[in-house]
Write a protein that binds this ligand. Structure first.
Ligand code: ADP
Ligand code: ASP
Ligand code: MG
Length: 433
């Protein structure tokens, strides 16, 4: 049997009929080398947003079940068109929906999780020499209803299929030629990384580097599936390899800066300060699988306190609705929301063994008069919530402060006696080139 590669083409890669034909030519060429291919596609660029807008024009609160049925059509269109384009190239191919590829999920409409993939049909079709062109982002639940996997979910469809089918690697084709130190469309000095570790990429994805959906990185890490991010717009894109940490290499203190503007802050004022309140608030949000990111509780004054937390912009309306119900039940004074915020984060595996990184971040923001509203840290990241209007400046200044535009130097294995002492940014071979 040939080696199997799973590829995923994002919205811009299949954004026009011309692009679809280009991608078909690329796939047909690769097929000739003798690899089996499963190709996962996103909806054509802008299509999902267009469908969401249609839904919100009809009603303010569309049912999530119906949203999923609506949105899944975007990926079906691109898979059918790409399969036709492959036929025109003389390449045997078959377009398949989430249901047809055997993608089973839980019942959480609009943010479903994959439970199982029935690969029997896919394996048979691959044996019959077809390129499988799979509509990404979708599956079915146990009732047989269509579900979707959250924005950017085609990345996760691709990695899950790669794991289930035992592919050698999963290639994510997009409009940039890899993972950069920060969004290259916002900061021209951003530098492409040749390699990045799963843990770093996990943080970057969860902190707003939308180049990969976080679930896809979780899958890849769990099953040790090599993930390559490449451009579909250039022929020989070397891309970025996302892989397991190499214990023989020192890690860069900061690998990347992320900016997530798709964040909103909810504040509950005048909350009675007594045991069980946080459990009530966050329990109610957890009951509907709504994820909360940062949480801050003020020092209590006269038996009352304020609690603030952040959610994604898409979850804001639902979060406000639920929080208001809980606030009424617990006798809190009011609930307010702020959408004009951004989360700025620095990520790097080397933070584990270097101190002063957070202080450098705070100093850099303070020098620009940027107020920090919330802070959260983990072993390998520091995040700050700031005003959205200051986010671009913050990213640029932090990129400078941590010297990220600078090309890394030669390889420095940990065991080397000539280890770079005193250098603020220690680099490893994985960064070279
Ligand atoms: P696709 O439609 O192919 O899934 P996305 O728009 O979801 O593409 O992701 C690619 C985009 O991610 C790039 O155009 C870039 O603007 C953005 N991006 C954000 N942060 C990064 C980063 N650190 N490295 C590369 N791209 C990034
Ligand atoms: N089309 C969906 C979105 O725009 C899924 C994806 O592109 O991966 O979020
Ligand atoms: Mg994407």
């Amino acid at each position: 049997m040939n080696q199997l590669i799973v590829q995923k083409y994002g919205g811009t890669s299949v954004g026009t009929l011309e692009r679809i034909k280009e991608v078909a030519k690329r796939i047909a060429r690769q097929r000739k080398v003798g690899v089996d291919l499963v190709v996962v596609v996103s909806a054509m660029a802008g299509e999902t947003d267009k469908l969401l807008k249609m839904a919100s024009t009809i009603t303010e609160n569309p049912e999530r079940r119906e949203i999923d049925l609506l949105l899944s059509s975007g990926e079906r269109i691109s898979s059918a068109l790409l399969s036709m384009a492959l036929h025109a190239e003389g390449c045997p191919a078959m377009a398949l929906t989430g249901r047809q590829i055997g993608m089973f999920t839980d019942n959480s409409y609009t943010r479903a999780r994959i439970k199982q993939i029935d690969t029997a049909r896919a394996k048979k079709l691959l044996q019959e020499n077809h390129v499988l062109v799979v509509a990404g982002f979708q599956g079915i639940n146990e009732q047989g209803d269509v579900t979707t996997l959250g924005r950017g979910g085609s990345d996760t469809s691709a990695v899950a299929l790669a794991v289930a089918l035992g592919a050698g690697q999963c290639e994510i084709y997009t409009d940039v030629d890899g993972v950069y130190t920060t969004d290259p469309n916002l900061v021209p000095e951003a530098r492409k990384l040749d390699t990045i570790f799963y843990d770093e990429m996990l943080e970057m994805a969860s902190l707003g580097a939308k180049v990969l959906q976080i679930r896809c990185v979780e899958f890849a890490k769990k099953y040790n599936m090599p993930l390559v991010v490449k451009s579909s717009f250039v022929e020989d894109s070397r891309g970025t390899l996302i892989c397991k940490e190499d214990p023989n290499m020192e890690d860069p203190v900061v690998s990347g800066i992320m900016c997530d503007k798709n964040q909103a802050k909810v504040t509950i004022k005048g909350v009675p300060d007594k045991p069980g309140i946080a459990a009530d608030v966050f329990g109610a949000l957890a009951d509907v699988a709504l994820s909360v990111d940062m949480i801050v509780q003020n020092v209590s004054e006269e038996g009352h306190t304020d609690i603030s937390f952040t959610v994604t912009g898409a979850d804001l309306n639902e979060a406000i609705q639920i929080t208001r119900q809980v606030a009424d039940a617990i006798g809190a004074r009011e609930v307010s929301a702020d959408k004009n915020i951004a989360k700025i984060s620095i990520v790097g595996a080397g933070m584990r063994s270097h101190s002063g990184v957070a202080a450098t971040m705070f100093r850099t923001l303070s020098a620009e008069n940027i107020n920090i509203m919330m802070i959260s840290t983990s072993e390998i990241k520091v995040s700050c919530i700031i005003q959205q209007s200051q986010s671009k400046l913050a990213v640029q200044k932090l990129h400078d402060a941590f010297n990220l535009a600078e090309a890394p130097q030669a390889a420095k294995p940990l065991s080397s006696p000539k280890k770079a002492g005193g250098s603020k940014r220690v680099t490893g071979k994985r960064r070279a080139g």
